[in-house]
Design a protein around this ligand. Structure first.
Ligand SMILES: [Zn+2]
Length: 235
């Protein structure tokens, strides 16, 4: 995947396309094992983290992206280029596509129309409630229901209240001016709700599986080494 030819989205303005490539540098992902005397007994480069800086040709703002290229597990794996700044905050992993699209659409309007962005975030929250089968005839009751059923933690109650209020104000009052800070925070709250409900469980299960596989492999290698040592001693 050529970083100069990969379409990316600028979350300042919502433009998706080839962004103007500015610069790149790599950070090595190195593991070092030392013995009790502090001498390096093992060193391995697991991969590289590549950072790319772009300029959005539409709004002229900076976009920072990263890409992980691993040497192992599996070898030569190259991950997709991911936009880190401006943050979309959530990943699509584990998130129902409809909810991800609604959230992404909301974030794309953040630099364009704050009221529409807040309305769209409220809509995303409504879709989450529907997906989780929340009971109640309005959004407030549905969120209470999810908290009561412990689908959502109690600490999210205020975050949901803020998103709901901002969305209501955006829908009804033309004369309310929303600050960039309010919009950014509402985005952050909705993203943490989506991450908590959908992405984190999938990511945790994924990482657990990888660690277990690695441990199994190490155990098998150790067993094999023991067998070889045993044969040498016997022979
Ligand atoms: Zn842009």
């Amino acid at each position: 995947m050529d970083p100069r030819k990969t379409p990316l989205t600028c979350y300042h303005c919502g433009n998706t396309g080839i962004l103007t490539y500015v610069a790149q540098f790599n950070v090595d992902d190195i593991v070092i094992d030392k013995n009790e005397y502090g001498q390096v007994i093992y060193e391995d480069c697991l991969g590289f983290l590549k950072w790319y800086l772009y300029k959005c040709p539409v709004c002229e703002n900076p976009v920072l992206a990263k890409q992980y290229e691993g040497n192992c597990d599996p070898p030569n794996c190259i991950n997709d280029i991911k936009v880190i700044y401006p943050a979309l905050v959530i990943t699509s992993k584990g998130v129902p596509p409809k909810i991800f699209q609604a959230y992404e659409a909301a974030v794309k309007t953040r630099g364009i129309d704050n009221a529409i962005c807040l309305l769209s975030l409220r809509r995303t929250l409504e879709m989450v409630c529907k997906d989780k089968n929340a009971q109640g005839d309005n959004l407030e009751k549905k969120i209470d229901d999810l908290i009561e059923k412990k689908v959502l933690p109690e600490m999210m109650r205020d975050a949901c209240w803020i998103v709901r209020q901002c969305g209501n104000e955006a829908a009804h009052a033309d004369d309310v001016e929303f600050s960039k800070r309010e919009v950014d925070e509402a985005i952050e709250y909705v993203s943490s709700i989506i991450t908590y409900l959908y992405s984190t469980p999938v990511k945790v299960a994924d990482l657990r599986r990888r660690i277990e596989e690695r441990q199994k492999k190490q155990k098998a290698e150790k067993q094999e080494q023991n067998n070889v040592d045993g044969e040498e001693n016997n022979g």
